[in-house]
Design a protein around this ligand. Structure first.
Ligand SMILES: *[C@@H]1O[C@H](CO)[C@@H](O)[C@H](O)[C@H]1NC(C)=O
Ligand SMILES: *[C@@H]1O[C@H](CO)[C@@H](O)[C@H](O)[C@H]1NC(C)=O
Length: 479
């Protein structure tokens, strides 16, 4: 492959000659961002991956950290998917990459990684972004930025990130692009999509080819989310009648991120009544090595794969791994302030969060009418932003149903339920908690495949059909 050789020679030449200079040529920077091997990686991978920074604001010195894993097969023909975690303040590397949809998951020893067979980079080029500044490896040279994050700047910086990143990775310009995320990314994903759609209107010559987005267990509408939350807690038998009643009185009209003291207190009581269970996944054991949080969206504890080698403490292994100097060197991590430890979620970012609208239903409405593909999914054993909350939110959109509620199947088993609305598809994932791809990795891969293809989740008939045609195929081959 002569092109590769030339590129490689150029890369060696430029990188040697530009050690002291900042690299101005984006393609050169792309090559410099390539990650060769991760510490504790004892297997080979068939895909290239890249990690580094994109400056989103030069004045303040704000830079966002990304990690791109190309598709395993034929990356040039595959779409680009951006994955975002929430919090606010939680790292997409900690969750998305290291325990959900990414190819590299961290082992128990905190020193090595294993390959996730259900990684979404088996179907797409997968981009992780630590957003906003102060989260994961992302930073700002203006310290006060960390204490002044909010939805608006997060969307604006993320858009700037994409524009600058596409300059460094021009092979993805014009590529089909999708955004997916969960939890507080229920704000980030539609807000960034809206920023892109509006940007595209002004820049018709160089649009970002956004095709759609998907959010799971997503904070959407504070009223619906609160009503659904307490209803779920009560119906699942986790809280008392009295607390159920009280919580509705005190919280229904409150902001999820900035609740009143009274609402906060009744939520504390609700969590106390629940006892030491994992609210993010109510039927799996919590990680007993960590304290239990009572904050709705803050993440301290973790659960592993149900029914598999089970490890509810994954976050702690990531905290060891991503603080290793050799790991940070391999990922080209910049040390703006060496005293800052890498954390799965940055508490300072979370507690100092500024603007957070009480609803993003209007954003969904605008984007649905702009023609984007919009999917909303929900793991149905989550007591943080439960399936009931999401159903109330979708109901508030008042969309006509185009395909009625039904079960969907994988391997002959009910994977969850789905309903098609005009402009929106809703999919639940049975037995999955807040982090659907963590609890049900195989079903989550089926979900993203259908989302990217724009096909509906398999019905029972389809399962039977494909089984029949598969067995007919086998019989034919035997003949
Ligand atoms: C932040 O400051 C450091 C030290 O001056 C500098 O090397 C780096 O490029 C700055 N980052 C950004 C994004 O401006
Ligand atoms: C570096 O971190 C320390 C301790 O967290 C903090 O006091 C200081 O302001 C930080 N400096 C910069 C430039 O971010």
């Amino acid at each position: 492959m002569p092109i590769w050789n030339w590129g490689f020679l150029l890369f060696v030449f430029v990188s040697v000659s530009s050690v002291a200079l900042s690299v101005s040529d984006p393609i050169t920077q792309q090559k410099l961002d390539q990650v060769s091997n991760l510490p504790g990686q004892s297997f080979n991978v068939d895909f290239a991956h890249y990690a580094g920074y994109v400056t989103v604001n030069e004045e303040s010195g704000r830079a966002l950290f990304y990690w791109l894993t190309e598709a395993v097969e034929d990356p040039a023909s595959k779409p680009l998917v951006l994955w975002l975690n929430g919090g606010p303040g939680c790292s997409s590397i900690a969750y998305g990459m290291a325990e959900e949809v990414g190819p590299f998951h961290v082992n128990k020893d905190g020193k090595s990684v294993y390959l996730n067979p259900y990684s979404w980079n088996t179907v797409a080029n997968l981009l992780f972004l630590d957003s906003p500044v102060g989260v994961g490896y992302s930073y700002s040279n203006t310290t006060s930025d960390i204490l002044n994050n909010g939805d608006k700047r997060t969307a604006a910086d993320s858009l700037q990130f994409l524009l600058n990143w596409l300059e460094r990775f021009p092979q993805f310009k014009g590529r089909d692009f999708y955004i997916a995320g969960e939890s507080y990314a229920g704000h980030y994903v539609p807000q960034l999509s809206q920023a892109i759609v509006r940007y595209n209107k002004e820049n018709t010559k160089s649009p970002i080819n956004l095709k759609g987005y998907m959010v799971g267990n997503a904070l959407t509408d504070d009223y619906s989310d609160h009503v659904g939350l307490f209803q779920f807690m009560w119906a699942a038998g986790l809280i008392s009648d009295q607390t159920y009643k009280k919580s509705n009185e005190l919280c229904d009209k409150e902001s999820f991120i900035h609740p009143s003291r009274e609402c906060d207190q009744i939520v504390d009581i609700a969590y106390e009544e629940m006892g030491n269970i994992d609210a993010y996944s109510i039927f799996t054991p919590p990680c007993t090595a960590t304290g239990v949080t009572k904050r709705l969206l803050r993440r301290w504890h973790k659960v592993g794969h149900i029914g598999q080698s089970y490890d509810p403490c994954t976050e702690q292994h990531s905290t060891i791994y991503f603080n290793l100097p050799e790991v940070q060197n391999a990922l080209h991590v910049f040390h703006s302030n060496t005293s800052r430890k890498w954390e799965t979620c940055n508490n300072a970012v979370n507690l100092n969060w500024k603007d957070s609208p009480i609803s993003v239903l209007d954003v969904h409405q605008e984007l649905i009418s702009s023609g984007l593909r919009v999917w909303i999914f929900s793991g149905d054993t989550d007591a943080v932003i439960p399936v009931t909350s999401t159903r109330y939110s979708i109901d508030a959109l008042k969309l006509p149903t185009v395909s009625p509620w039904r079960a969907w199947y994988d391997d002959g088993q009910v994977g969850g339920w789905t309903q098609g609305y005009e402009g929106l598809t809703f999919v639940t994932v049975r037995g999955a908690g807040h982090e659907v791809p963590l609890h049900k990795p195989k079903l989550a891969l089926v979900l993203i495949k259908n989302f990217l293809a724009g096909t509906s989740m398999a019905s029972f008939d389809q399962v039977i059909e494909s089984k029949t045609s598969a067995s007919e195929q086998i019989l034919k081959e035997l003949e």
